[in-house]
Design a protein around this ligand. Structure first.
Ligand code: ADP
Ligand code: MG
Ligand code: MG
Length: 253
């Protein structure tokens, strides 16, 4: 059993005018077998939530807790979080010039498992993962994210997801900037991952489009740094029809 438990999480970010509270009490429980979609307008704090779970140094937790199977995630370093089974796909992934995709994946896998993967099965697994994501085998020789198209960045993230095999995946706008073919390939990758035993997914998205291909267990509307409403897929359908106006107006009062 896997449970990522976020309780009354408050987070500030350092700005020119001093610390500004972005997350204002986020409470969310993700269990294995569940996919939670977080949907919200731009600037509502969705990426801040993802970065806070991942342990990005720019974000300061001022209250609340995050635990993974009872272990205090907030007390862990970024590496420890990855080893504990958390995976974060960034909205804006960084370039790592001079480090090939193959080496990057192998290094990450070794760090997470505590031992290097067996070479023969590993090469096969990498090739299978790349192929399933419609990536050319030569993709492994390219520098991480350098000159990648938007679609290649997202496919590379899903290749990481499938190969690193975390317990909980936090995917921040994995759908943004994808054409429909790339979106389907990426969604299929996420679906392969979550079909495995004991996996949880936190799918952060601005648009409902990806939810046509990835069926969410729960949908949360995220406004002004917290969950404004939770429901099932019908909530996404309602957002598609009506947008965020209703929630944004309520939050502004
Ligand atoms: P979303 O992902 O929902 O669009 P973000 O988490 O990126 O929202 O941002 C939420 C709010 O926090 C925005 O008002 C944004 O300007 C502010 N913010 C986020 N990160 C920083 C930062 N590093 N410095 C200053 N402001 C930030
Ligand atoms: Mg509070
Ligand atoms: Mg964002």
């Amino acid at each position: 059993m896997t449970t990522l438990d976020i309780k009354d999480l408050h987070v500030t970010v350092e700005t020119e005018d001093g610390p500004k509270e972005i997350l204002k009490g986020v409470t969310l429980t993700i269990k294995d077998g569940e996919t939670h979609a977080i949907m919200g307008p731009n600037g509502s704090g969705k990426s801040t939530l993802a970065y806070s779970i991942a342990g990005h140094p720019k974000y300061t937790v001022t209250g609340g807790s995050v635990t993974l199977d009872g272990a205090d995630v907030l007390a862990m370093s970024v590496d420890e979080r990855a080893r504990a089974g958390l995976f974060l796909a960034m909205q804006y992934p960084v370039e790592v010039p001079g480090v090939s995709v193959s080496n990057f994946l192998r290094t990450a896998k070794t760090a997470i498992d505590g031992e290097a993967p067996k070479l023969r099965t590993w090469v096969k697994d990498v090739n299978t993962a790349l192929q399933a994501l419609d990536l050319d085998p030569t993709f492994g020789t390219r520098s991480v994210n350098e000159g990648f198209s938007g679609g290649e960045k997202k496919r590379h993230e899903i290749a990481q997801l499938e190969l690193l095999d975390p317990k909980v995946a936090v995917l921040d706008e994995t759908d943004s900037g994808l054409d429909i073919d790339a979106l389907k390939v990426v969604a299929e990758g996420v679906n392969r991952f979550r079909a495995r035993e004991g996996k949880g997914v936190l799918l952060i998205t601005h648009y409902t489009r990806i939810l046509r291909y990835i069926e969410p267990t729960f949908v949360h509307v995220f406004v002004d740094g917290k969950v404004a409403e939770s429901g099932g897929r019908e909530l996404a359908d309602q957002l598609e029809a009506e947008g965020y106006d209703k929630y944004v107006r309520t939050a502004a009062v």
